[in-house]
Design a protein around this ligand. Structure first.
Ligand SMILES: CC(C)(COP(=O)(O)OP(=O)(O)OC[C@H]1O[C@@H](n2cnc3c(N)ncnc32)[C@H](O)[C@@H]1OP(=O)(O)O)[C@@H](O)C(=O)NCCC(=O)NCCS
Length: 250
C-alpha cells in the first residue's frame, strides 16, 4: 500500500546536497530483513546506545501478525532509508497505558509508536515527523484513541519531533529492564496523545532544562505534564491542569 506518492528527499553527501524522489509504503513481512538491517546500521552508529531500544526480527514479526505496521520510506532505488514501526499492545501487560493510568476498558484503543530510524545521510528531511503524521491518520481511521510512546530523555531530536505532534510527557521511569520492577532498565519518558480529548484549564507552569531529569521527575510526580519543548532554548514547559478535560467533538 502506497501512502505518499510525492516525496522528495534531500541527501547530504560530503559537502554536496542532492535531491531524490522517494515513496512511502506500508511494508510487508517480506521486507522485515531490510528493516532489521537498517535498525542495526543506525544503532551501530549511535554514540549513546541507550537511546534506542533494538527490536528483534521476531518481536516485529509477531507484532505485525498481531496488527502492527511498518511504514517504510524508500529511496529512488527502492532502498529502505527510514521506517516507523507501530504496534497494538491490546490488554498485554507491556501496554504503556498502564504506566499512565489509562482506564482498563480503553487499553484496547492504545497504539504504541515504537521505533523510528532514519539513515544518517537522509536526516533533516523531517521523516520522523512525516511518518508520525501518516501513522496518526492511519490509526485514527481505524478507531484507535491513544497514541503512546517512550523516548529517552537524552534523545533531543526524537523528543522534539514527538512533542511537536501533540504527545505530552506523562511519566518518567526506567523501562526495558529484565528485573520484575524494571529498576535495571534505562530512563524513558512515557508520552501520550488522547485523540479524543484536549487538556484545558492550566493552573501552573514551570520551565525545565530538557536535561534536568530530577526536576522533571519531581514535576511529574506532582501532577505536571511535559507540554512543549522549544527547539531554540531546549527548555521544556511543564503545565499543571485542573482535573477536567474537554472532549473533542467528532
Ligand atoms: C531521531 C531521528 C529519527 C530523527 O531523524 P529526522 O526525522 O531525519 O530528523 P529531523 O528531520 O527532524 O532533523 C532536524 C535537524 O536535526 C538534525 N538531526 C536529526 N537527527 C540527528 C541526530 N541523531 N544527530 C544529529 N543531528 C540530527 C537533522 O540533520 C536536521 O538538521 P538541519 O535542520 O540542520 O537539517 C534520527 O535522528 C534517528 O534515526 N536517530 C537514531 C534512532 C533514534 O533515536 N530513533 C528515535 C527513537 S525510536
Amino acid at each position: 500500500m502506497i501512502l505518499n506518492k510525492d516525496c522528495l528527499l534531500k541527501k547530504k553527501i560530503e559537502d554536496r546536497v542532492e535531491f531524490e524522489e522517494c515513496s512511502i509504503k506500508l511494508l510487508g513481512i517480506d521486507r522485515l530483513n531490510e528493516v532489521v538491517e537498517l535498525e542495526h546500521k543506525v544503532y551501530e552508529e549511535l554514540n549513546n546506545k541507550d537511546i534506542l531500544y533494538v527490536d528483534s526480527y521476531d518481536d516485529m514479526y509477531h507484532e505485525i501478525k498481531n496488527g502492527g505496521k511498518i511504514i517504510g520510506v524508500l529511496n529512488s532505488k527502492d532502498r529502505l532509508i527510514a521506517y516507523r514501526y507501530i504496534s497494538i499492545p491490546g490488554i498485554r501487560n507491556h501496554n504503556l497505558g498502564l504506566d499512565i493510568g489509562i482506564p482498563h476498558e480503553q487499553l484496547k484503543k492504545v497504539i504504541h509508536l515504537e521505533t523510528t530510524v532514519v539513515d544518517p545521510i537522509y536526516r533533516g528531511n523531517g521523516l520522523q515527523d512525516l511518518t508520525l503524521q501518516i501513522a496518526s491518520k492511519l490509526v485514527r481511521k481505524e478507531g484507535y484513541r491513544h497514541l503512546l510512546c517512550t523516548v529517552s530523555p537524552y534523545n533531543f531530536y526524537s523528543l522534539y519531533n514527538v512533542m511537536k505532534n501533540g504527545l505530552k510527557i506523562k511519566a518518567l521511569k526506567k523501562k526495558y529492564g529484565k528485573s520484575e520492577d524494571g529498576s535495571d532498565g534505562t530512563w524513558r519518558f512515557v508520552l501520550h496523545n488522547d485523540l479524543e480529548r484536549i487538556l484545558s484549564n492550566p493552573i501552573d507552569m514551570v520551565t525545565s532544562k530538557w536535561t534536568n531529569i530530577d526536576l522533571q521527575k519531581t514535576l511529574i510526580d506532582n501532577g505536571y505534564i511535559g507540554y512543549e519543548l522549544s527547539k531554540e532554548t531546549k527548555q521544556l514547559n511543564y503545565i499543571k491542569f485542573a482535573d477536567d478535560v474537554t472532549e473533542i467533538s467528532a
